[in-house]
Ligand binder design. Structure first.
Ligand code: CP3
Length: 345
């Protein structure tokens, strides 16, 4: 089988598939003992700049679970670090920014990204494409809104207050910030596609905090520019708590809309409308329940997923650190044994 015929790429393009493809957000990470072992003594951002570690960690979930796609091991703040933004990833906390951006002067920290800023990305993807053979590699980036929230707040935020204050109160500054971030994000995705990534996912994890009309005004022009700039590969758009936004997240140009666990996939298909595939949407916390519960919920999702023109099975958000890898292995096998034509195992 060749890469182009892989179930994952076919489902993204809404073509018939022999089985529903499956991968997991955050599949390479803290729930895997082999990950903890290779990461011992190396800080997260240092690991993201080490091509050998990137290759090894990206391949670990492929070996263990046999999922249908690999996701490049990195983090959404890597391109910001690469252009010199003073930040760190604190274990158990997330990205922390030394000098939050709150005025026009702060924008100067955001110069354009160039391929030479992330040589380890190009190098690691080159090796991965050879190792992965017919398994697609998903490149990714954080979306401008989610990155802006970290940059403005200075770290993780529950309500994104300062971010919204800038968006509503200083729209010129907001759009200037989003414009710079859009350039950086688009170039980062293009670097990954040029190096051999066969699909991309844009993570707008925290955009569920925004109402649809405000998304259209303050965010859509920027995300549209990103999707238009990487049209040569399938594009996935994902956020959490986006039930009210599913339609507009599809309108800005992705091929696949990611759905969290709050909206059933048949209802999500109705909200997104024709011409899109869907990705999702098992609540990651379900994996902490006994296998019988996981099985029943996963089958329900697989059946509802038939209402979409293409379905990529995934969780509704990232794998939780306490997840037993054996549950993910069983889930992967279950998804693969489901017949999308008859809805039977
Ligand atoms: O999905 C994958 O397996 C690929 C790797 C990946 C990481 N981060 C590795 C990581 C991906 C796709 C991301 C994206 C990311 N990073 C997002 C969007 C996805 C989402 O979850 O919504 C966001 C919001 C971030 C920012 C970030 N980085 C957070 C919130 C954290 C967790 C902090 C913590 O420790 O609880 C990180 C750190 C991070 N990124 C880790 C990993 C494996 C854990 C750090 C470690 O293992 O030391």
């Amino acid at each position: 089988m060749n890469l182009d015929d892989s179930a994952f790429l076919r489902a993204c393009r809404r073509q018939p598939v022999p089985h529903t493809p499956v991968w997991y957000m955050r599949q390479a990470g803290r729930s895997l003992p082999e990950y903890l072992k290779v990461r011992e003594g190396t800080a997260m951002l240092a690991a993201c700049a080490d091509p050998d570690l990137i290759v090894e960690i990206t391949l670990q979930p492929i070996r263990r679970y046999g999922v249908d796609a690999a996701i490049f091991f990195s983090d959404i703040v890597v391109p910001l670090k690469a252009i010199g933004v003073d930040l760190d990833i604190k274990p158990g906390v997330g990205p922390v920014i030394a000098n939050p951006i709150r005025d026009a002067k702060g924008l100067e920290a955001l110069r354009p990204l160039e391929p030479g800023d992330v040589p380890y990305v190009t190098e690691a993807i080159g090796s991965l494409v050879g190792e992965l053979g017919s398994t697609p590699l998903i490149g990714f980036a954080g979306a401008p809104f989610t990155l802006a929230s970290y940059l403005i707040e200075g770290g993780p935020s529950k309500n994104h207050d300062r971010t919204k204050a800038m968006m509503y109160g200083e729209p010129h500054l907001w759009h200037a910030l989003m414009d710079r971030l859009t350039g950086i994000v688009l170039e980062h995705l293009r670097i990954q596609v040029r190096a051999g990534a066969s699909a991309i996912q844009l993570f707008d994890s925290w955009v569920g905090a925004i109402a649809p009309a405000d998304y259209r005004e303050f965010i859509a022009p920027h995300t549209s520019r990103i999707f238009a700039g990487v049209a040569e590969v399938p594009r996935i758009h994902f956020g959490v708590g986006t039930g009210e936004l599913l339609g507009v997240l599809g309108e800005v140009g992705p091929d696949v809309v990611g759905v969290d666990w709050r909206v059933p996939l048949d209802e999500a298909a109705r909200r997104v409308g024709p011409g899109k595939a869907l990705q999702g949407n098992l609540d990651p916390a379900i994996l902490l329940a006994p296998w019988e519960v996981v099985e029943e919920r996963a089958l329900d999702i697989l059946r509802r997923g038939r209402a979409a023109e293409g379905h990529v099975f995934n969780l509704g958000h990232g794998v939780l650190p306490s997840t037993d890898p054996d549950q993910l292995k069983r889930l992967t096998d279950l998804v693969h044994s489901f017949d999308p034509d008859t809805s039977r195992l």
